[in-house]
Design a protein around this ligand. Structure first.
Ligand code: ADP
Ligand code: MG
Length: 394
């Protein structure tokens, strides 16, 4: 367990909060989805109510260590102000005399947002001198940016060497939910894996295989596993480099007795695009000129049959190319059924979370993780550099 802001006396203190305000913008410079800003509100409001002087910092996009005008955080400060119903100051850099002055002028309960941390190359290089420049701005460091905690950067790791460092409320929620899956899940426990790249996910799959009672594999991943079992998969997305590790996972499953279930039938198509008609086939007869785009109805029933008795379900990665309407049913059915079960349900991964939001079902899932890579890495390694660096609860 890590210490959190609840364990600190923050009144009158300058509190540096690393948040994840890397929000999507639509073409015309308008924030198209402010979920990430809203996710940080509990920590910010907690600190404001306790009269802390709140210094917020985030990365945005990939400016590669240079100032990029349309990656400034001014619009984010504005939106945050609207959501808080209180003014949010904004300063056009994140270190240096001007920033120090602006922070020193903060009154108790006030909030300032610093400029994009990644305008300085030292942020991603985790340069101690830069971490120190950030640290002089505050008395306490809070990490609430779960989605960036798998990176050891100046604002997520370096700074913790100079300040008392604790978790924010969003970070705490993520660690409780995902840590709970690792430490004390209620069994039967199932993991559902889908999505595109096997290589991104083998670490997590291998690690979770040791903790769960059953693993279900769909999505693009399934093609590599089916091929590893010797089946013809047409022109499905296959990572030939990952065939060996897929075989390792299947072998481990046989040895441990934890089943890894693959699709029985799939929807295949000649091309992955809108308007193209799919065809349902058993996995044993995938035409050579077609590729897998979704799981089929027998698979949905088969998977659901296994999930029905589960008390904990972790789901990562869509079951098909859910962005294309006629290939989205496998993903939608499984999410839908999952939320109908009397189980603790956790969903992680950028696309998976997208799909749940789109369906309007986030409220029915026990925990929707805000981290993409961070979620996968935590489940693989049990810890993250940006979390390790925080003080342990006594
Ligand atoms: P997440 O972000 O949830 O971790 P991934 O990033 O691994 O998931 O994968 C998401 C992508 O996988 C989606 O864009 C989806 O279209 C794609 N995908 C799912 N199934 C297939 C498939 N059978 N063939 C190709 N791509 C697929
Ligand atoms: Mg993804």
């Amino acid at each position: 367990m890590k210490m959190t802001i609840r364990d600190m006396d923050v009144s009158g203190k300058r509190v540096f909060v690393r948040v994840d305000f890397n929000v999507p913008f639509s073409g015309d410079g308008v924030i198209s989805d402010d979920t990430r800003i809203r996710a940080a509100l509990p920590t910010i409001v907690y600190l404001m109510e306790r009269k802390a002087r709140v210094v917020l910092a985030s990365h945005f996009g990939r400016p590669k260590g240079k100032v990029v005008e349309d990656m400034r955080l001014g619009p984010v400060a504005e939106r945050l102000g609207e959501l808080l119903g209180a003014p949010v100051k904004y300063v056009a850099d994140c270190v240096g005399p001007d920033v120090e002055k602006a922070v020193s002028e903060l009154k108790d309960g006030e909030v300032i947002l610093l400029e994009n941390l990644r305008f300085h190359p030292e942020e991603e290089k985790n340069t101690p001198a830069f971490s120190k420049q950030l640290a002089v701005l505050a008395d306490i460091y809070v990490n609430d940016a779960f989605g960036t905690a798998h990176r050891a950067h100046a604002s997520t790791e370096g700074i913790t060497h100079f300040l008392p460092s604790v978790a924010g409320l969003l970070m705490e929620k993520e660690l409780n939910a995902l840590g709970g899956l690792l430490a004390s899940p209620v069994h039967p426990f199932a993991c559902v894996f889908g999505g595109a790249k096997v290589s991104d996910k083998v670490g997590m799959i291998t690690s979770m295989l040791k903790r769960v009672d059953v693993v279900l594999v769909g999505g693009g991943l399934a093609a590599t596993f089916l091929k590893a079992r010797g089946l013809e998969v047409g022109h499905s997305l296959v990572e030939n480099d990952s065939l060996d590790v897929a075989r390792d996972i299947l072998r481990e499953s046989e040895e441990s007795g934890v089943p890894v279930l693959l699709p029985l039938d799939v929807l295949v198509a000649r091309e992955v695009k809108a308007g193209v008609r799919g065809k349902l086939v058993p996995v044993t007869s995938i035409p050579s000129d077609m590729g897998i785009v979704d799981i089929g109805p027998r698979t949905i029933e088969y998977f659901f049959g296994r999930l029905e008795s589960c008390r904990t379900i972790m789901w990562n990665g869509p079951m098909g190319v859910y962005e294309v309407a006629q290939f989205s049913l496998g993903t939608k059915c499984l999410i839908n059924y999952m939320t109908a079960l009397d189980a603790t349900t956790v969903i992680g991964g950028g696309s998976s979370v997208d799909a749940v939001h789109e369906m309007g079902l986030s409220e029915l899932v026990t925990h929707v993780s805000t981290g993409g890579g961070a979620t996968l890495e935590l489940l693989e390694n049990g810890t993250l550099p940006g979390v390790d660096a925080l003080a342990d609860a006594p």
